[in-house]
Design a protein. Structure first.
Ligand code: ADP
Ligand code: MN
Ligand code: MN
Ligand code: MN
Length: 339
């Protein structure tokens, strides 16, 4: 018997990458082969040297096709065997490996916005809907737009075996969130990219487009983020380690370095309004949704747990964010002798 493998990869679109995929029919029992694609059609190669290589790194059941069919997430390589410049997963691997004994966990809250007919789902043909207020975690046809798509996506992620931990309606109409985690640095990125692919694919059947645009509507409408919750073994055991991690993210040079890797257009979203902190001022605080990094109230109460970096944009590459956070926080914890 044979089955279908949907090979999925991250392309070279600027300023934020897109997902691409194509189908390969495989015989039962064979190992997943490497494969190739035309990099000149994905901003990953010039036309005269167009061949790029797909190497499978993560696979799971395909909840859309069902049966024995699978989804296969791939890293992109050049034909000489070196990682493609757009391959951010390959840049995370050595950092994750270096600090593997600190046992980092991530939980990423992926916010996104549905669009139909050129405007957010739920927006009237002209003008704007009633101001923000009732939509977040709302219920009812006047407050909620696209729930059928969101429910189908949640079911699909669960059937695929992804570590999806929840969903909620967001502050702006047509805006939603799902969370992936807790999971390790590479795993959270793998599961998030596949969950994004499933979101686009399922919304396609509803004639809706999902976007990760960080500020889809200008003005008094919330942007879309990817709050990144983070802990190490030491942070799950001690409040001193929590504080060390918070301080390390505000250290000299680190604020700019992290902001640069936290997604395109971050200055437009981190304005200091709409539950954000200004992008150029670092702060952390307990329960504070106006801080760069929030310590959840239970974490202060229990004196251990995790922190929430609220700065990453919806359009992040999670591999970059994990590399930055592990690199900064784990190095600081090690230096402080708190591992
Ligand atoms: P918020 O209250 O900010 O909306 P969510 O409930 O949407 O938070 O998301 C929190 C995320 O953090 C979830 O994905 C959850 O699995 C993850 N998480 C929980 N505990 C930890 C931990 N110790 N380390 C890292 N992530 C965690
Ligand atoms: Mn959330
Ligand atoms: Mn949210
Ligand atoms: Mn959050």
């Amino acid at each position: 018997m044979s089955y279908k493998a949907e090979y999925i990869w991250i392309d070279g679109t600027e300023p934020s990458a897109r997902l691409r995929s194509k189908t390969r029919v495989l015989e039962d029992g064979a190992e997943l082969p490497i494969w190739g694609f035309d990099g000149s059609s994905t901003n990953q190669a010039p036309g005269d040297k167009s061949d790029c290589v797909l190497k499978p790194v993560f696979s799971c059941p395909d909840p859309i096709r069902g049966g024995d069919n699978i989804l296969v997430l791939c890293e992109v390589f050049l034909i000489d065997g070196t990682p493609h410049v757009t391959n951010n997963r390959a840049k995370l691997s050595p950092v994750a490996e270096q600090y593997a004994d600190q046992d980092s966990w991530f939980g990423i809250e992926q916010e996104y916005t549905f669009f139909q007919a050129g405007r957010p789902l739920g927006f009237p043909e002209t003008g704007f809907p009633a101001p923000q207020g009732p939509y977040y975690c709302g219920v009812g046809a006047d407050e909620v737009f696209g729930r059928d798509v969101v429910e189908a996506h949640l079911d699909a992620c669960m059937v695929a075996g992804l570590k999806i931990s929840g969903i909620n309606a967001e502050v702006m109409p047509g805006q939603w969130e799902f969370q992936i985690g807790p999971a390790g640095p590479l795993e959270v990125g793998d599961h998030l990219w596949v969950a994004r692919w499933l979101l686009y694919r399922i919304a396609e059947d509803f004639n809706v487009a999902a976007t990760l645009d960080a500020k889809p509507v200008k003005g008094d409408w919330n942007g879309a983020g990817a709050h990144t919750n983070f802990s190490t073994k030491a942070m799950r055991e001690s409040y001193d380690a929590i504080i060390t991690a918070c301080e390390s993210l505000g250290a000299e040079g680190k604020v700019e370095e992290h902001i640069a890797g936290y997604g395109h257009g971050i200055e437009d979203r981190l304005t200091g309004l709409h539950e954000t902190a200004p992008h150029n001022e670092y702060s952390y605080g307990v329960s504070n949704r106006g801080a760069s990094v929030r310590i959840p109230w239970q974490v202060e109460l229990e004196q251990k747990g995790y922190i929430e970096d609220r700065r990453p944009n919806a359009n992040i590459d999670p591999y970059n964010v994990a590399r930055l956070i592990v690199g900064t926080c784990c190095a600081a914890l090690e230096k402080a002798g708190q591992v």
